[in-house]
Design a protein. Structure first.
Length: 464
């Protein structure tokens, strides 16, 4: 039975304006959620002859909302807004991701999860001196610096991955371990820490682990049985990248303290190169400063004293996006090179010292390869070469790779196709670079950015 309090009326009765208004108010009072159509239906069911349009007009003229009177509507709005606010707050809480803490001795938390706001640690900041001292306070240079924020953020993330990975490397690099096991553990860890996903982020080039007289570009191919020895001097050189912003950084591992003078010479030479680097500095002047420090050292091995020599045909280099060697070379010996460093450039400052001749040559089995950045279209006749080029484009682009990476992708019988790509100039092989057998070489390297306001050594860490 109806609970409405509308006054009983005769069928077919046409109410006055006052009667209609009172009836509408009574109905709204009993059922505030009723709108025009339902109120009109109630009145019509009571026998009134009345149009829906007339009910609507009276309600509008008297400020009666279709859903509820103002007080009730306000209350309902408040009631609805409360859970909505709680829902929004809940969503906000979900978005406010709490930074995690890294695990040790094996890091397992990706770096981006440690810094959910993207505030990755900055590198070592070095103020410009002399004629460039004004840059640290220049409003114009500060604005240019802000324009690089996204790039610097990507570089800092890659650098933090490198710092974390190399700390882990020191935990697993122990005499008696297979070199291939060490580098594959390291590379898998880098992939985990950086959440590798080509081309957005991942490994920038294979892990170099050149031993003793081998200075650079050696990594074990599949099946290699080389074992790390107590008396080895190993150059661990690996790279990370985020959006092609490459961090190229290396250090020398050794256990026998007799190599300490050699390693210290190279580390000091690298720090000298970093200190001398800057906007408008001539590359030849940096090389002269590096050589002076490097060759002030000597090392005694088995009762014989060896002068430490800069390896004159190895250099530092500028770095571009997805391009490890961008065009400029930073010598590590005195030269007449007049090319200058420029604002905004990224450089790998690396130095190599040797107890041998101080000159390297290509030797041993090749493991490193890289697609030629400037290579245009080259018609290929060999099916294996076409297949291999597709694999390279899909997984590496213009970043360096090694044969182990191809094995990891499941490639079979690819050497002939790879050789064909090298022969036609699409891919460049990078064989190991060696000094004379029996000597020892060392390396240190950092990546620095010549920002408009300062010089930032992106890869600097507590270790070196």
């Amino acid at each position: 039975e109806s609970t409405y309090t509308v006054t009983e009326t005769i069928a077919g009765y046409q109410p006055t304006a006052e009667e209609l208004l009172q009836a509408i108010r009574e109905t709204k009072s009993s059922s505030p959620e009723f709108g025009v159509k339902r109120i009109w239906t109630v009145l019509k069911d009571k026998g009134w002859t009345i149009s829906e349009q007339r009910v609507k007009k009276v309600m509008q003229e008297n400020g009666l909302s279709e859903s509820a009177p103002p007080a009730v509507a306000a209350k309902e709005k408040d009631d609805r807004s409360q859970p909505e606010q709680e829902k929004k707050q809940s969503k906000s809480d979900k978005k406010a991701v709490v930074a995690k803490v890294q695990t040790w001795p094996e890091p397992t938390v990706p770096i981006m999860d440690l810094y959910p706001k993207g505030d990755f640690p900055q590198g070592e900041i070095c103020e410009y001196l002399g004629l460039n001292a004004y840059r640290s306070t220049s409003a114009e240079k500060k604005e240019l610096d802000r324009c690089m924020d996204t790039i610097v953020k990507e570089q800092r993330e890659a650098a933090e991955v490198h710092r974390t990975a190399r700390k882990y490397l020191l935990e697993i690099a122990k005499p008696g371990e297979l070199m291939i096991d060490i580098v594959e553990k390291l590379e898998n860890k880098v992939r985990e820490l950086i959440k590798a996903d080509y081309p957005e982020r991942g490994i920038a080039f294979p892990t170099g682990c050149s031993i003793n007289h081998v200075a650079a570009h050696w990594t074990p191919n599949s099946g290699d049985k080389t074992v790390l020895q107590y008396d080895d001097v190993v150059k661990f050189d690996f790279g990370t990248h985020v959006n092609g912003r490459i961090i190229d950084c290396a250090f020398t591992w050794y256990k026998n303290p007799r190599y300490e003078p050699l390693v210290r010479a190279v580390q000091e030479a690298t720090n000298t190169g970093i200190r001398e680097a800057g906007i408008d500095v001539r590359l030849g002047d940096i090389g002269a400063a590096i050589q002076e420090v490097m060759e002030s050292y000597e090392v005694e091995l088995d009762g014989k004293v060896y002068p430490v020599k800069s390896i004159r045909n190895l250099n530092g280099h500028s770095i571009g996006q997805f391009q490890i060697h961008y065009g400029k070379s930073v010598p590590i010996v005195k030269t007449s090179e007049q090319t200058k460093m420029e604002e905004g450039e990224l450089f790998a400052i690396e130095t190599f010292g040797s107890t041998g001749k101080g000159i390297v040559h290509e030797d041993l089995e090749c493991s490193h390869y890289m697609k030629n950045y400037d290579a245009g279209h080259v018609p290929l006749r060999m099916a294996k070469a076409k297949e291999m080029l597709g694999v390279i484009d899909k997984n590496f682009g213009t970043l360096a790779f090694c044969r182990r990476y191809l094995d990891r992708l499941g490639c079979k019988q690819y050497l002939l196709g790879l050789k064909n790509l090298c022969d036609v100039g699409l891919v460049q092989p990078y064989p190991p670079l060696c000094d004379v057998k029996g000597c020892y070489t060392a390396q240190f390297e950092h990546t620095l950015l010549l920002r408009p306001t300062c010089k930032e050594v992106l890869s600097r860490g507590d270790d070196y």
